[in-house]
Design a protein around this ligand. Structure first.
Ligand code: AMP
Length: 287
């Protein structure tokens, strides 16, 4: 495995592989790797000849007062994990390498980024789309792998790639959870013991409310009331940022809880803002 700090050296390395006909898979991350990230790497290894993992805490996707400075960083452990997983190349640039001058260009996907997390994190998805565009242009992968845990992000990136003709396939991968159901996240380490004890209730609440998403399901408000009731019961210390029932493709609010449906939440709990979601597909399967 090789580690690159500069765009030029990474590009030279990848050009060599490409000329040998090797297909490239990209797994973009902000580091502090956990099993969720590793599952994306494993899927990328199955699908592609070589895997590039980026480790970059992207300043432009953090808002004022968010956790950019304190975001967990653990590069040595991340490199060791990538090595164990058979990653071909890690790209771990400094901020100055990615943004040598304050960028005047940013990528905005209208509509999809305004609801859900976009409402409480203005500009966040523009920052994500801008850095993902840069990474796609730097790495030129055949496929890039994103987790369903950040469902809105993955849909926005898919739409950006369609609209701007990036020659890449975006693959969504399942959410990896702790044994008790909590979606793995680098931010889970912010949780104190009591918050960690309550946190799995978020997924339990999604699953219980998700049971009601059926062809004869209830109106939106009733479903969201069920969900907030479950959260009050299972995660009493949680402060709801948003609960949303939406079309999984367009992310537009749904008026009736009928499949296919995305049920998503963000909840503040003990210093962390946790997000999670389920999608009930056309056939009633929960993803
Ligand atoms: P992050 O490092 O948080 O920016 O995440 C990098 C990628 O890993 C994104 O595509 C995330 O959706 C994905 N990811 C994060 N947590 C999980 C998880 N628990 N299961 C699956 N994918 C995840």
């Amino acid at each position: 495995m090789k580690t690159f700090r500069t765009i030029r050296e990474l590009r030279e390395h990848l050009a060599g592989l490409r000329s040998e006909g090797t297909s490239i898979g990209l797994v973009p991350t902000m580091g502090a790797l956990h099993e969720g990230h590793l599952s994306l790497i494993r899927r990328a290894r199955q699908a592609c000849g070589t895997v590039v993992v980026s480790l970059f805490v992207n300043p432009v996707q953090f808002g004022p007062g968010e956790d950019y400075q304190n975001y967990p960083r653990s590069e040595a452990g991340d490199l060791a994990a990538c090595e164990r997983e058979g990653v071909g190349a890690v790209f771990a640039p400094a901020v100055e390498e990615m943004y040598p001058q304050p960028p005047k260009t940013s990528v905005h996907v209208a509509g999809l980024g305004e609801g859900l997390c976009g409402a409480s994190r203005p500009g966040h998805f523009d920052g994500v789309c801008t850095v993902v565009s840069k990474l796609l242009n730097i790495v030129e992968p055949q496929a890039a792998f994103f987790g369903r845990k950040d469902y809105q992000q993955a849909r926005i990136v898919q739409r950006m790639v369609e609209d701007l003709n990036f020659p890449v396939r975006i693959e969504l991968c399942p959410t990896v959870r702790e044994a008790d159901g909590l979606a793995m996240s680098s931010r889970n380490r912010y949780l104190d013991a009591e918050s960690r004890r309550q946190a799995p209730g978020l997924y339990a609440a999604l699953m219980r409310a998700g049971d009601e998403i059926r062809p004869d399901g209830p109106p939106r408000d009733a479903l969201l009331e069920t969900l907030s009731g479950q959260i009050a019961h299972l995660v009493p210390a949680g402060q709801i940022d948003y609960l949303e029932l939406a079309d999984p493709q367009t992310l537009e609010p749904l008026e009736v809880a009928r499949p296919p449906a995305l049920l998503a939440l963000a909840v503040r709990l003990g210093g962390a803002r946790l997000i999670d979601n389920i999608v009930v597909d056309e056939g009633g399967a929960v993803l």
